[in-house]
Design a protein around this ligand. Structure first.
Ligand SMILES: *[C@@H]1O[C@H](CO)[C@@H](O)[C@H](O)[C@H]1NC(C)=O
Ligand SMILES: *[C@@H]1O[C@H](CO)[C@@H](O)[C@H](O)[C@H]1NC(C)=O
Ligand SMILES: *[C@@H]1O[C@H](CO)[C@@H](O)[C@H](O)[C@H]1NC(C)=O
Ligand SMILES: *[C@@H]1O[C@H](CO)[C@@H](O)[C@H](O)[C@H]1NC(C)=O
Ligand SMILES: *[C@@H]1O[C@H](CO)[C@@H](O)[C@H](O)[C@H]1NC(C)=O
Ligand SMILES: *[C@@H]1O[C@H](CO)[C@@H](O)[C@H](O)[C@H]1NC(C)=O
Ligand SMILES: [Ca+2]
Length: 224
């Protein structure tokens, strides 16, 4: 029994952010189920009234083990760069995913940010003066890829004149591709025709890259 109690106490010490003061937040420290999906807002009047200065708010988004948390801003109006939202990978503030601050949604099209494990921590900070209309963040849980299998090329018809390439099986079911993948797709040559490629629905992690050779297109970089 004493061993269990000691172990639990130890767990509480690392239970971020027990020692962090929240200020001007919608509630106390909030732990939310990412799997249920939902929205976080800077304050109740987001989009119409200004948020409070001196805000310091944390939210913890928990997905079940084996899943990851995926978030996206649906509204953005912060006094940039002083007021900001920081996304952290996990339960502590040691690993930053991104710091986001933009004056308005017109300047900012939100990528989707994903945690590497099942917890993502969100912090909203505003300094002592000048506020704006806040932010809204949509969250959800997503499955990790099961394998690093590459997707395939599917043709729309027997003449192979049009078709689609997908990165991995399950891409359309909110599943993520795996780490350390290398996929190579070669399209057949069709006599007296050339290919026109349209790259759609690109969502890549940092350091990942999609390139098309024999052409000019090359897409790199952060998620979007
Ligand atoms: C979360 O994902 C599920 C399954 O894809 C979807 O049904 C639900 O609408 C999403 N919720 C939010 C808030 O995006
Ligand atoms: C946001 O607006 C302020 C005031 O108009 C301006 O000084 C600042 O440069 C803007 N920030 C960005 C990132 O555009
Ligand atoms: C919101 O704050 C800005 C300064 O950042 C100020 O110009 C504006 O009047 C404020 N709006 C409201 C409704 O208080
Ligand atoms: C991953 O594997 C599990 C167990 O084999 C299966 O239930 C699940 O549907 C798979 N998910 C995807 C995205 O393929
Ligand atoms: C990918 O395809 C290119 C062009 O056919 C080829 O040169 C390269 O060796 C291939 N790489 C792999 C790992 O298959
Ligand atoms: C791209 O995403 C849009 C909106 O989410 C969806 O309607 C469309 O089917 C997707 N296209 C492909 C090729 O997956
Ligand atoms: Ca401010």
């Amino acid at each position: 029994k004493t061993t269990l109690a000691a172990w639990l106490r130890c767990l509480c010490l690392v239970d971020f952010p027990a020692n962090v003061q929240q200020s001007n937040c919608l509630g106390g420290l909030q732990r939310l189920s990412a799997e249920a999906g939902g929205e976080i807002a800077s304050h109740s009047g987001v989009g119409t009234t200004n948020y409070s200065s001196n805000s310091q708010c944390y939210w913890q988004l928990d997905a079940p083990p084996g899943k990851r948390v995926i978030v996206r801003f649906t509204y953005m109006d912060l006094e940039s760069p002083n007021d900001r939202v920081t996304l952290y990978d996990g339960l502590t503030t040691s690993a930053e995913i991104a710091v986001v601050s933009a004056n308005d949604s017109v300047d900012y099209e939100s990528p989707r940010f994903v945690s590497s494990a099942n917890i993502l921590t969100v912090n909203f900070y505003s300094n002592s003066q000048f506020a704006r209309k806040g932010f809204r963040l949509e969250y959800n849980a997503t499955v990790s890829a099961n394998s690093s299998a590459c997707g395939s090329v599917t043709f729309d018809d027997a003449s192979s004149s049009s078709g689609m390439i997908v990165s991995h099986p399950g891409y359309d079911q909110n599943s993520l591709y795996a780490a350390s993948m290398y996929c190579n797709w070669t399209l057949p040559s069709v006599s007296r025709k050339f290919y026109q490629l349209y790259v759609g629905n690109v969502s890549l992690g940092n350091g990942d890259c999609l390139s098309v050779n024999q052409g000019t297109a090359s897409v790199t970089g952060g998620s979007s």
